[in-house]
Design a protein around this ligand. Structure first.
Ligand SMILES: [Mg+2]
Length: 333
């Protein structure tokens, strides 16, 4: 199969309510959809959302990157194109969109085990009362794993954690600070919530500061999850070898796509490292790609953070999966 054409379009999906973290506020998901067409008519679709705050790529940067490598990839056989793609110096989201389109042409998206998996749901950063009512509402809607977005106000962070653990006693709480805290604030936080049952704390400190991340890890029994600190397999190895975190959050947009995520997942499997499989706010095709991984690597993926479709204002018929509360099942089963 030889690549004949690569085209892009810009797509938008409005959200039910704004998505708010320590890094950004989003009302509409804005993403690129890329179509790769081969000589015998095979088509692969990939997507990449604009997440300037995380990958440094907005829509125009992703479009420029795809434009830049397009002519290099056209005329190549699919496996060769994958190899060449990952040698290019373009952003990780643009690579991810092209990579997932190529992997879909290669027939990668098949399920080994079709039994359902569970996703968390994001509780956006807001005033304490709103976060509590959002969390209660989520639990009433059948969600049992809450990804709680906290910000730089550490008093607020502690209060939210305390109130949510009392208000939603059956829910598993995953705390995500999105790099908002200093080392001192992180230590104040872990001491203050010592007696609260939370599952993990994600990226408390700035991505580059692995030594502080390690100190937070040493100060608590709660597992520490590295997110913004781990883009590539090299980052993952560094974080784990320096014992800076217990777990890692893998996202297609950070690592450069499905083939790269597979390398990280294989490494995690070999080294018995538990992972979260997360995403940015993404469109249906890139969520499909992530979900095939979540289903097929369920032995290493302890937490699935793929709630974007639950946040869409209108349900998408382009998903290969059905979301029902926190449960995700494959459409064909
Ligand atoms: Mg995160």
């Amino acid at each position: 199969m030889i690549i004949k054409n690569i085209s892009t379009e810009v797509k938008y999906i409005p959200l039910k309510t704004p998505f708010i973290t320590a890094l950004r506020r989003v009302n509409t998901i804005e993403f690129i959809r890329v179509h790769i067409v081969c000589d015998q008519g095979e088509v692969g679709i990939g997507e990449a959302p604009a997440t300037m705050a995380i990958t440094g790529e907005d829509i125009s940067i992703i479009l420029e990157s795809i434009q830049k490598v397009k002519d290099t990839l056209i005329g190549l056989e699919i496996k060769k194109a994958l190899e060449v793609l990952h040698e290019q110096s373009i952003g990780s989201s643009a690579k991810a969109a092209l990579d997932m389109a190529l992997m879909s042409i290669l027939g990668f998206f098949k399920l080994e085990d079709t039994s359902f998996i569970q996703t968390d749901i994001t509780i956006s950063l807001n005033c304490v009362e709103t976060m509590l009512s959002d969390a209660r509402q989520a639990c009433e809607n059948g969600m049992s794993i809450l990804k709680v977005k906290l910000g730089s106000d550490i008093k607020h962070a502690i209060e939210v954690t305390q109130k949510l653990s009392l208000g939603c006693p059956k829910a598993q709480l995953l705390i995500d600070a999105n790099q908002a805290w200093s080392l001192d604030e992180s230590l104040i936080y872990v001491n203050a919530i010592e007696n609260i049952n939370i599952e993990l704390i994600e990226q408390p400190v700035i991505a580059e500061d692995l030594s502080s991340l390690k100190l937070v890890r040493e100060a608590t029994n709660i597992p520490i999850l590295a997110d913004e600190a781990t883009f590539t397999l090299q980052d993952v190895k560094k974080v784990l070898q320096t014992k800076s975190a217990d777990m890692i959050n893998i996202k297609l947009m950070k690592c450069g796509g499905v083939s790269k995520a597979v390398e990280i997942l294989e490494y995690a499997r070999k080294n018995s490292i538990k992972c979260m499989l997360g995403s940015m706010l993404e469109g249906p095709y890139s969520i499909n790609a992530a979900l095939y991984l979540a289903f097929n690597y369920r032995d290493v993926i302890e937490y699935v953070d793929l709630d974007s479709p639950l946040l869409y204002k209108e349900a998408s018929d382009e998903l290969d999966f059905i979301f029902s509360g926190s449960k995700i099942s494959a459409k064909d089963t």
